[in-house]
Design a protein around this ligand. Structure first.
Ligand code: 3PG
Ligand code: MG
Length: 395
C-alpha cells in the first residue's frame, strides 16, 4: 500500500490534524445515528496514546461556503464526547485566529473539534490558500474519512499534500476490506447491485461486469433490464430510454464471462404502500396496471444457490422496496443467507451505501457481515473503479 499508517508516524508532542466524517443524521439538534462517530474513536485514541494532540477536521451538510448555523459542528460535540468518553473543545472556525488560539490552548490529552470546513468556499474549491491555512495549524495530517475521500476538497486532498500524511485506522480498515472484496478477492465473486436507477449506476455496472463472476441486479434497476428484454413491466419504476444501454451491459457481461442474475419471478402490487395486496408472478407476467416492488422467491432461491458457490460478496443496493413490508422479503432473505455463509466461514461479505446498511440493519444481519463500510458515495465510486482523491493524496 502506498500510504503510511498511523503507527509509522512520529506523533509524540505533535498536533495531528485528523480529517474525520461527522456527517451524521441529526434531528432537532440530536444525533440519531452515531455510527460514524463511534468508528473514529480508535484513531483518536491511538493518536492520544502516541502522545499526539488530535485536532478534528470535518464537514457537515452542504452549506456551500457560507456560515449556516444549522450546520454547525458544535451540535455534534455532545455525541462526540459520549463516544470518546472525554471532553472535546470546540473552535468557532477551522482556520484563522479562532482555530489558532484553540490549538495553542491544547494540552496533552485534549481533543479539539474545528468548525465545519464547508463554511469556507476554499474547502470545496480545494483552494491552495485554504489548504495552507489548515496545514499551518498542525504538524501531521491523518485522514480517517474514507467516506469523504471521493471529494477533492481542501481538508481531504489539498492539506494532505502539505504535511506528512497518513491513513487513520478506519481509513486503513475500509481500504483493506474493499481490496479483499474487489481488488484481490477470493473467487468466485458475486456483486449485488440494487437501487432505483440504471442511469446513476452505469459506471458501476460497467466496471463490475469486468471484475465479478456473478452480478445480481435488483431494485428498480432490474425493471429497466427486464423491459430492455421486451418484457412488459406495467407501471413499474423503469428507465425505458436506457434499454439500449441495459442491453449493452448484458452483452459486455457475456463477453467477460460474468453471469447476470435478473429476477425470474416478481412481487407486484397496484400501489406502493405497507402491506398492500401483492401477488407473485413470473417476471414476464406483470399486469399493465401493476408495479414490480420486489424479486420473488424463485429469484431468491437462485441468488442463494449462486451465493453458496461464491467465496466473496460485495453488496450495494437493496433488491426490492425494502423500506416497506412485504417488499423487503427478497432483500432480507438474501442478506440472511450472506450472513449465514459468512458466519460459517464460507464467504467474505462486504457491504456499503446508506440504503444497503439500513437494509442489513433491518434484516438484523449487519454485524454478521465481514465488513460494513461507513461510506455511501465513496463506496460507490470505489466500486466504479475510480481513484479516490483523498486516498491518492496520501500516497
Ligand atoms: C457522506 O455523507 O456521504 C459524506 O460525508 C460526503 O458528503 P457529501 O456527499 O456532502 O460530500
Ligand atoms: Mg452523501
Amino acid at each position: 500500500m502506498a500510504w503510511k499508517t498511523l503507527d509509522e508516524m512520529d506523533l509524540n508532542g505533535k498536533t495531528v490534524l485528523v480529517r474525520v466524517d461527522l456527517n451524521v443524521p441529526v434531528e432537532d439538534g440530536r444525533v440519531t445515528d452515531a455510527t460514524r462517530i463511534e468508528r473514529i474513536v480508535p484513531t483518536v485514541e491511538a493518536i492520544l496514546d502516541a502522545g499526539g494532540e488530535p485536532v478534528l477536521l470535518a464537514h457537515f451538510g452542504r452549506p456551500k461556503g457560507r456560515r449556516v448555523p444549522d450546520m454547525s459542528l458544535r451540535q455534534i460535540v455532545p455525541a462526540l464526547e459520549r463516544a470518546l468518553e472525554r471532553s472535546v473543545a470546540f473552535a468557532e472556525d477551522c482556520i484563522g485566529d479562532a482555530a489558532r488560539q484553540a490549538v495553542a490552548a491544547m494540552d496533552a490529552g485534549d481533543v479539539l473539534l474545528l468548525e465545519n470546513t464547508r463554511f469556507h468556499e476554499g474547502e470545496e474549491a480545494n483552494d491552495p490558500a485554504f489548504a495552507r491555512d489548515l496545514a499551518a495549524l498542525g504538524d501531521v495530517y491523518c485522514n480517517d474519512a474514507f467516506s469523504a475521500a471521493h471529494r477533492a476538497h481542501g481538508s481531504t486532498e489539498g492539506v494532505a499534500r502539505l504535511l506528512p500524511s497518513c491513513a487513520g485506522l478506519l481509513m486503513a480498515e475500509e481500504l483493506a476490506a474493499l481490496d479483499r472484496a474487489l481488488g484481490r478477492p477470493d473467487r468466485p465473486v458475486m456483486a449485488v447491485v440494487g437501487g432505483a436507477k440504471v442511469s446513476t449506476k452505469l459506471d458501476l455496472l460497467g466496471n463490475l461486469v469486468r471484475k465479478v463472476d456473478v452480478l445480481v441486479i435488483g431494485g428498480g434497476m432490474a425493471n429497466t433490464f427486464l423491459a430492455a428484454q421486451g418484457l412488459d413491466v406495467g407501471r413499474s419504476l423503469a428507465e425505458h430510454d436506457m434499454a439500449k444501454t441495459a442491453r449493452e451491459i448484458v452483452m459486455k457481461a457475456d463477453e467477460a464471462g460474468c453471469r447476470i442474475l435478473l429476477p425470474e419471478d416478481v412481487v407486484v402490487a397496484a400501489e406502493f404502500r405497507a402491506n398492500a395486496e401483492s401477488r407473485t408472478l413470473p417476471a414476464d407476467a406483470c399486469p399493465e396496471d401493476a408495479m414490480i416492488l420486489d424479486a420473488g422467491p424463485q429469484s431468491v432461491a437462485r441468488i442463494r444457490e449462486a451465493m453458496g458457490e461464491c467465496r466473496t460478496l460485495i453488496w450495494n443496493g437493496p433488491l426490492g422496496a425494502f423500506e416497506i413490508p412485504p417488499f423487503d422479503a427478497a432483500t432480507n432473505a438474501a442478506a440472511k443467507e450472506a450472513a449465514r455463509l459468512t458466519r460459517d466461514g464460507r464467504l467474505v461479505s462486504v457491504a456499503g451505501g446508506g440504503d444497503t446498511v439500513a437494509a442489513l440493519n433491518k434484516a438484523g444481519v449487519a454485524q454478521d457481515f465481514t465488513y460494513v463500510s461507513s461510506a455511501g458515495g465513496a463506496f460507490l465510486e470505489w466500486m466504479e473503479g475510480k481513484t479516490l482523491p483523498g486516498v491518492a493524496a496520501l500516497g
